[in-house]
Design a protein. Sequence first.
Length: 79
Amino acid sequence: MTTTERKIPPTMCQHQPPCPSADSADRESARLVAHHPEQGWSLLCNGVLLFEDTGELLPDGKIIAPHRPLDTGRVMTAA
């Protein structure tokens, strides 16, 4: 292993059924391990750091840009 390579930690998921992996499209549905709203981030069981602006940092170092809906004018509320 070179100095530029990172070792990805094993999953923290020890429960059944296991959480979706960090590579899955539904990775955000993993269980919370740590939640720090005052700092704007949460750690999910699959190793994903989820930020309050909906951006993500995956365990392998990849960045997922924030993906909030852009057109909030069409949101309806229940009566």
